[in-house]
Design a protein around this ligand. Structure first.
Ligand SMILES: [Zn+2]
Length: 245
């Protein structure tokens, strides 16, 4: 006899409460208002936000999925430590392997060219940045969506999902939200969008490489002293293209 799956769907009112708790905690953890290593008190959050403990627990599981919380049996949830310099370099080396390739692929296939989606995404962020001085929380959302749009267009779900699991935008931003007014991001994203719009694969790859290299240099200012260089993929000295063996 087939065993029916238990109904685990979250009722709509609980879903709304989960979102409320998730949003109330996420940015405070990202911007350091709730510091790394802090214990999370479920009961206190439930009382403060006027919800029961069930949506709080679900929201904490989502934050654990974002790597912002860690659960230890018997001790409960705590906020995760920040990336250290080695962790930061690892994240950016991974991005350097994957994203210039994705930008090239997005610029190459005319049928899946994402330039109108990139245009829309960047245009919306530019409008916000023009009216607000501090766009940190909008920048996080914009940067995450902009890069995901390119990865999606590259058409490799294994790469896209591996990338998503790094939660790289969230963790780099948590470490050091360097581009407070969004100006550097707008300029560098604009160059990537233009190259993809013109189906210029070489320029798309180059613009993405420079965006990631620059972002690593800026983020590593969170640490005192010189930062280790990223180990870059081998390139042909005359064409600058990646060497594939
Ligand atoms: Zn970016």
């Amino acid at each position: 006899m087939p065993v029916s799956k238990p109904n685990t769907a979250t009722p709509p009112e609980t879903g709304a409460a989960v979102t409320k708790v998730y949003q109330a905690l996420r940015m405070p953890i990202v911007d350091g208002e709730i510091p790394p290593g802090e214990r999370i008190n479920i009961d206190a959050i439930a009382r403060r936000l006027g919800v029961s403990q069930t949506p709080v627990r679900e929201a904490l599981q989502r934050l654990e999925g974002d790597d912002l919380l860690v659960y230890t049996p018997g001790r409960g949830y705590r906020t995760t430590p920040m990336l250290d310099l080695a962790g930061l370099r690892s994240v950016f080396e991974f991005r350097l392997l994957v994203e210039p390739w994705a930008a090239r692929a997005a610029a190459t296939d005319r049928l899946t060219n994402p330039s109108s989606a990139l245009e829309e995404e960047l245009g919306a962020f530019e409008s916000v940045a023009a009216t607000k001085g501090d766009v940190r929380s909008e920048l996080l959302g914009h940067d995450t969506r902009f890069h995901d749009t390119i990865l999606r267009a590259a058409g490799n779900e294994v790469v896209r999902s591996a990338y998503a699991q790094t939660h790289c935008h969230l963790h780099v931003f948590r470490l050091y939200p360097v581009d407070v007014d969004g100006a550097i991001t707008i300029e560098e994203h604009g160059r990537i969008r233009d190259a993809i719009r013109h189906c210029d694969a070489d320029e798309a790859e180059r613009a993405m490489t420079e965006h990631i290299t620059g972002s690593y240099a800026r983020s590593s200012q969170a640490f005192a002293g010189p930062s280790p260089r990223m180990r870059e993929p081998a390139r042909d000295e005359t064409t600058g293209a990646r060497v594939v063996h």
